[in-house]
Ligand binder design. Structure first.
Ligand code: 13P
Length: 257
């Protein structure tokens, strides 16, 4: 479903397990000062130990910050986990849930992802819900089935109104960190499927929903991707670690002022 309504573009960095206090300072400082030149929404999702640093450097700027995961539990004996209210203590706006690396390496099932999504929302964080198919699934012709199943799990657990407070990121697993970007047409097709699935439950929520593309986005391919009617920005891995690259992508989303 292509829509005529224009949604604000969001570019969110996912640093994954990269960084140090010293290197982050230079990166955060460059990103926050460079982002002033662009329209749009910007964020960085940093490793937990660096949330305080992100808050200190980014507070009052137009770059929001967030975490890369969140516990599905509110509190308790869950060694190693971090709750949504703890993320709130550090001023997070976003929490990524269901990233393919969590799904494949740490066993986050559709049900766990839905529980994490709800836990984030409950304290007022904006979940960035990741969905996407593997290469085998794409080649087997089941991309739509996989992505719709991942969306269904969250819609069934949290309800469509909850999607009104969330962001979705389509990240084909075969495009993550591989340098193989989905073509703008391939990405647009799946984004339209995601929006149509949400529209089946609530058209207004679907129209407003920001759906990001993630998977080898670079400043050289971002403009064409973001020019698609259902692509509302990007979730950026590798290129979010280099200020110039990330800002190049922010420019593609927001345009020069
Ligand atoms: P890359 O941009 O490195 O492909 O990573 C995408 C991603 O997984 C963002 O969450």
């Amino acid at each position: 479903m292509a829509t005529t309504m224009s949604r604000i573009k969001l570019v969110a960095g996912n640093w994954k397990m990269h960084g140090s206090l010293a290197s982050n300072l230079a990166l955060l400082t460059a990103v926050t000062s460079g982002a002033k030149a662009f329209d749009g929404q910007f964020a960085v999702c940093v490793p937990y130990p660096y949330l305080a640093q992100a808050q200190a450097v980014l507070a009052g700027s137009k770059v929001a910050w967030g975490a890369q995961d969140v516990s599905e539990h509110a509190l308790g004996a869950y060694t190693g986990e971090v709750s949504a209210s703890m993320l709130n203590d550090f001023g997070c706006r976003y929490a990524i849930v269901g990233h393919s690396e969590r799904r494949s390496f740490y066993g986050d099932t559709d049900a766990v992802v839905a529980a994490k999504f709800s836990a984030a929302l409950k304290v007022g964080l904006t979940p960035i819900l990741c969905v996407g198919e593997t290469l085998d699934e794409r080649e087997a012709g089941i991309t739509t089935a996989v992505v719709v199943r991942q969306m269904d799990a969250v819609l069934a657990a949290a309800g469509v109104a909850a999607l009104g407070q969330a962001v979705v990121a389509y990240e084909p697993v075969w495009a993550i960190g591989t340098g193989k970007t989905a073509t703008p047409a391939q990405a647009q097709d799946v984004h339209a499927i995601i929006r149509a699935r949400v529209a089946r439950d609530d058209k207004a929520v679907a129209e407003r929903l920001q759906i990001l593309y993630g998977g080898s986005v670079k400043s050289t391919n971002a403009r064409e991707l973001f020019g698609q009617p259902d692509i509302d920005g990007g979730l950026i891995g590798g290129a979010s670690l280099v200020a110039e690259d990330f800002l190049g992508i922010c420019a593609a989303a927001g345009g020069q002022r």
